[in-house]
Ligand binder design. Structure first.
Ligand SMILES: *[C@@H]1O[C@H](CO)[C@@H](O)[C@H](O)[C@H]1NC(C)=O
Ligand SMILES: *[C@@H]1O[C@H](CO)[C@@H](O)[C@H](O)[C@H]1NC(C)=O
Ligand SMILES: *[C@@H]1O[C@H](CO)[C@@H](O)[C@H](O)[C@H]1NC(C)=O
Ligand SMILES: *[C@@H]1O[C@H](CO)[C@@H](O)[C@H](O)[C@H]1NC(C)=O
Ligand SMILES: *[C@@H]1O[C@H](CO)[C@@H](O)[C@H](O)[C@H]1NC(C)=O
Ligand SMILES: *[C@@H]1O[C@H](CO)[C@@H](O)[C@H](O)[C@H]1NC(C)=O
Length: 243
């Protein structure tokens, strides 16, 4: 299941599409463009690994003509003309690595995503969202002491780290709001050495996935593990973890 690929896109200007809260998303908030024999249809996105954050959604449903942006195996610019949908080019913009889908927060106790109504996404300035760290070998959670666009500081640390906010590094970390309204960074580690310091748990599916109908890993985001429940059996149950 390590087939999640993000290609490095060539530069494209979003002429007339605007960025920020005004970026025009072609489909409704939780939909993406499915390509069926060269025709594009807005369909519900079950996996939500790529999302677009903007106030301006459903450009096509509102009978608009012109350019809009949508997820379709990447972020793309589309031209809607005479009810015809034409893929123009990849859409380039900064991508925010969010741990959970939009309208979800990360519950740091059960290590899973939780749906939350009226989520405030104001900590995200980017329009393009990449969800989770599904290719990680080991994921370690750290609480963040605030964050700015390009750097972050860990709690109880004087250093600030550069956020490698570039497509090449995607999959190496993600950030999200927690149940305490603080921020968490979930970072990938190359080796299991970290497991000498913190408790590691072997997880069967990649991050964000769990077994559905037998041993099929599916993007569910919601199912986690409350280690406090096993406090007697597990050392450092509140430690950061994951494998
Ligand atoms: C987008 O929506 C948010 C939340 O409803 C609102 O605070 C903000 O002003 C909106 N921005 C624009 C440009 O409409
Ligand atoms: C796509 O086009 C091919 C060839 O024209 C056809 O056999 C196939 O059924 C089409 N698929 C869908 C989903 O419409
Ligand atoms: C969209 O496509 C139509 C038809 O090909 C073209 O006339 C129009 O200029 C295009 N619009 C944009 C904004 O590129
Ligand atoms: C969202 O959070 C920011 C910063 O915490 C705050 O300034 C803003 O008023 C909040 N917006 C809403 C709609 O709650
Ligand atoms: C959070 O960061 C601020 C500014 O960098 C620092 O003064 C403060 O001590 C930090 N708090 C904790 C709990 O690490
Ligand atoms: C986690 O487990 C502990 C101990 O069983 C329980 O007290 C706590 O409420 C649980 N927390 C969550 C978020 O499920």
């Amino acid at each position: 299941m390590n087939s999640f690929v993000i290609t490095l896109f060539a530069t494209v200007t979003l002429s007339g599409v605007l960025a920020g809260n005004d970026l025009k998303k072609c489909c409704k908030p939780e939909e993406y463009y499915e390509n069926v024999n060269g025709s594009y249809y807005c369909v519900h996105d079950e996996t939500r690994r790529l999302q677009i954050l903007t106030n301006e959604t459903d450009f096509v449903g509102k009978q608009n003509e012109g350019e809009c942006v949508e997820v379709s195996d990447g972020f793309f610019l589309f031209n809607i003309s005479d009810r015809e949908v034409i893929k123009v080019s990849p859409a380039r913009g900064k991508v925010y690595p969010k741990c959970c889908p939009l309208n979800f927060i990360y519950n740091s106790i059960i290590h899973a995503c939780q749906e939350k109504e009226d989520t405030n996404h104001s900590f995200i300035k980017e329009n393009f969202i990449k969800v989770g760290v599904p290719n990680c070998r080991v994921v370690v959670d750290y609480k963040l002491n605030g964050t700015t666009d390009y750097e972050y500081g860990l709690l109880e640390s004087k250093s600030r780290y550069l956020r490698r906010n570039s497509l090449q590094y995607f999959g190496s970390y993600c950030i999200d709001e927690t149940e305490e309204a603080s921020l968490v960074i979930r970072e990938c580690k190359e080796s299991i050495e970290i497991c000498e310091e913190v408790k590691c748990i072997k997880k069967c599916c990649p991050d964000g996935q769990s077994f559905i109908d037998g041993s099929n890993c599916k993007d569910t985001y919601r199912h986690g593990l409350n280690l406090s429940a096993w406090a007697n059996a597990v050392n450092k149950p509140t430690g950061n973890f994951f494998l």
